[in-house]
Design a protein around this ligand. Sequence first.
Ligand code: NAD
Length: 503
Amino acid sequence: MTNPSPPTVPLLINGEFVTSRSTQWREVVNPATQQVLARVPLATADEVQAAVAAAQAAFPAWRKTPIGQRARIFLKYQQLIREQVKDLAAILTAEQGKTLADAEGDVFRGLEVVEHAAGIGNLQLGELANNVAGGVDTYTLLQPLGVCVGITPFNFPAMIPLWMFPMAIACGNTFVLKPSEQDPMSTMRLVELAIEAGIPPGVLNVVHGGEDVVNAICDHADIKAVSFVGSTRVGTHVYHRASQAGKRVQCMMGAKNHAIILPDAHKEQTLNNLVGAAFGAAGQRCMAVSVAVLVGEAQSWIPELVERAKKLSVGNGALAGTDVGPLISCAAKDRVESLIAQGEAEGARLELDGRLPALAGAAGEGNFVGPTVFSGVKPGMALYEQEIFGPVLCIAEAASLDEAIELINANPNGNGTALFTQSGAAARKFQENVEVGQVGINVPIPVPVPLFSFTGSRASKLGDLGPYGKQVVLFYTQTKTITERWFDDSSVSTGVNTTISLR
Ligand code: NAD
C-alpha cells in the first residue's frame, strides 16, 4: 500500500532527534497490510561516529552522577512506560504484526527490567571482607565501563532494547542503541520516553542501520561492550569481530526449543500450553516451542493437538480475536513456506498445513502463514536442523524420557526447553540432565523474570554473562578489588619484607 510521504525515523545524537543525511533508506512496512509506515535510514559512518563521540563525551559526568539520582530516572521512566502501554502496543503491532495483547506483553516484560534498573543501588553493591590479613581490608567497586552498545532483533522491539540500555545506563555507562531496521518505531517511542524521564544528552544515543553500521560498532575503539540479540549467524560474526577489537561481548542467538510430553502430563493444560507456545507471535519468539517430543502413549494426542491449532484465528494482530498475526516480511513468509515444502519432500507428515490460511477479517495482503504441524520429524531434516521462526510445530517421538533428553542434548542449541509431567522424579531427572540453559517444568516458555538473568546456553549464546538481572550488572561494570591497610603508630612494622604474605 502506498503512503505518499511516510514519516522518517530519526537518529538520537547528544539529546537531539535528528534526520539522517544518509542516502540509503528502507521502508518500515505493516506486515499485516503492506502499508508503508515510515522510512528508516541506514546511518552514515559519520553519524555512527557522532553518536559514539556524544556517548564518550557524556560519560565522565554520568559516571559521577550519584546512584540515587540515576535510580530516580528509572523510577520516572517506568511510570511513563506504564502510562503509555496501550499506545506503545499499537505502534508495535502495526510495525511488527503480533497481536495487541502480545504487544502489551512485549512492553510489560521490558518494563519489568526498567523497574529492576530502578533498584540499581542494591544491585551495584560491592563486597567487603574485613581483616583479610593483619590490619588489611579488601573490598570491591563495580565501576562503569564507558560507552556500551545494544544491537537488537525485530521480534521484541520493546522488551529487548529494554533488556539493554536501562541496566547499562543505571550502572553509570553511556549507550548507543542500534534497533532492528525492520521495526524501529516502538523502540524509538520508548527512547523518547527515556529522554522525557530525564536521561541527559549523550547518555543514550540511537543509530539505525544494518551490516555496515554493526561492523562500524564492532570495530570502534571507544566502545567498551556490545550486547547483541539476534540470529546465530549474525551474532557469531558480531561476537568474533567485536571481541577481536577488545570489547566485552554477549550474544543471545537462535534456538530450537524442545518440549517433552510424558503420558502422565495433565493433558488439557499441556495441549493448550503447547499450542500457545508454538504459534503465539506466529512462532517468532526465540523461546517458542518448535519441537514437541511425545513420549510413549502421548503420541496418541496428535489429533487433539491439531484440532486446537486449527481453531486459532489468523489475521491482523490489531483486530480483536486474532491469535496469530503475520510474519515480519514477505521474505520471512517465503522462507517458512519453502521449509514447509521441504519438510513434505523429506518425508515428514504434514498434519496441518498453514499455507494460504483462511483469514479472520483481514484484506489478505499480509505475510500470513497459519499454524502448521508436522509429525515424524527427525534429525537431519531441514525442518529440524534449521530455526524456522514461523508458526510451525515439529513433532518427534521418543520411547522414554531418557531417549527424549538424549535427542535434546544432541541438538546444538540451548535456549529453552520444557517438560510436561505430573512426576516429580521425572522433572528432577530432566532438570539435572538436560543441557539447556532455561528449563520449564510444566511452563512452556521459561523466560526468567529480571530478578534472575536470561541464561540461554550452548549454540544459543556466546559470552559468559546474560542480559538483565545480576549477571548484567557484572557485564556492564568492571570489578575493581581494593586491598587496603592504614598505618597508625602502633602497627608500623620495621624492616623490609620480601615475601608475598601480607601478615
Ligand atoms: P538478525 O540477526 O537478522 O538481526 C539482528 C540485528 O543484527 C539487527 O539489528 C540487524 O540490523 C543486524 N544485522 C542483520 N544482518 C546483519 C549482518 N549481516 N551484519 C551485521 N548486522 C546485521 O535477527 P532478527 O531476524 O532480527 O531476529 C530473529 C533472530 O533473533 C532469531 O534467530 C531469534 O532466535 C533470535 N533471538 C534470540 C533471542 C535470545 O535471547 N536468544 C531473543 C530474540 C531473538
